[in-house]
Design a protein around this ligand. Structure first.
Ligand code: NAD
Length: 280
């Protein structure tokens, strides 16, 4: 939601502007984690393109907030699961920014069902947005970085950050399409990182645990639901979008220059398997 005061507070977190003079594109940035990442990248000094597939007014409100605090943001439409749409989105964004240094593959969704009830449309939809979408945007990003050549704003030629999930390693009953997409992102990210490392392009993932956003509202919006969720989180709090925004700034900045092909798990210990804390 629009919040200029919040943006002003975030800007104060990054007095040294680690992403100064850089240009970033964040997919699915008009909600939840993508919004948080866009706000943090902008606070850290990057000019940010906020991608949306629907509801341009929400993307514009976030951009207005960022621009009102002296940072820079634009909005850019595109469906990440559609090849032509992704290419048009990159063209339009580059038309305004001139170049890109950082691409964050964040757009994602869930369509949950038991295996025996899941339609092939639900399977293709989730794989299409969550996995094919990240492939299409990564491919356009690498094409652009190589064609654009070195800029003096970063040690790397370019940085890609993929938003995965703890479900790249934790199986998830009733979510076979989602867990398959996130497991796929892990090896997609590593394979691309291996292929482009010598070109000085860094590719990494963030695997969030439970973060309060619209995608999982039912899991945290009542005290009973939140208490049940906390049983899975050793650190005893549900995450927020700032936790992921800060990780994205680090992975996009030269502070992580020797880091590529890795997943940064930001989950309050969810992947420590809390059930084993008392000996299993
Ligand atoms: P969200 O529903 O708030 O945001 C998802 C965003 O993706 C929205 O902006 C939506 O419009 C966009 N999107 C959906 N389909 C798109 C398409 N075809 N093209 C472009 N954009 C599209 O949910 P969120 O929790 O912020 O999720 C963001 C990412 O974080 C997802 O990849 C999700 O799997 C991942 N994630 C979330 C959590 C969590 O606990 N919230 C945990 C692990 C991973």
């Amino acid at each position: 939601m629009p919040d200029t005061a919040k943006q002003t507070t975030l800007n104060a977190e990054y007095p040294h502007l680690p992403l100064k003079d850089q240009f970033a594109l964040v997919t699915g940035a008009n909600s939840g984690i993508g919004e948080g990442i866009a706000r943090h990248l902008a606070a850290a000094g990057a000019s940010v393109a906020i991608n949306y597939v629907v509801r341009p007014e929400t993307a514009q409100a976030i951009a207005d907030d960022i621009n009102a605090t002296g940072r820079r943001a634009i909005i850019t439409q595109g469906d990440v699961s559609d090849e032509a749409s992704v290419q048009e989105m990159f063209k339009a964004t580059l038309g305004q920014f001139g170049c890109l240094d950082i691409v964050v593959n964040n757009a994602g969704l869930q369509q949950d069902a038991f295996l025996t009830e899941m339609t092939v449309e639900q399977w293709y939809k989730v794989i299409g947005v969550n996995l094919t979408g990240q492939f299409l945007c990564s491919r356009e990003a690498v094409r652009h970085f190589k064609q654009r050549g070195k800029r003096d704003v970063s040690v790397a030629l370019g940085k890609i950050v993929c938003i995965s999930s703890v479900h790249e390693v934790i199986p998830w009953a009733k979510h076979v399409n989602y867990a398959s997409s996130k497991g796929g992102i892990m090896l997609m990210m590593k394979s691309i990182a291996q292929e482009v490392a010598s070109a000085k392009i860094r590719v990494n993932s963030i695997a969030p645990g439970a973060i309060k956003t619209p995608i999982n509202r039912s899991a945290w919006e009542t005290p009973e639901a939140e208490a049940k969720l906390l049983e899975l989180i050793p650190y005893d709090r549900v995450g927020d979008t700032d936790d992921i925004g800060r990780a994205a700034v680090w992975l996009s900045s030269d502070a992580s220059d020797y880091v590529t092909g890795t997943t940064l798990v930001v989950d309050g210990g969810m992947t420590l398997y809390e059930g084993f804390a008392t000996g299993g």
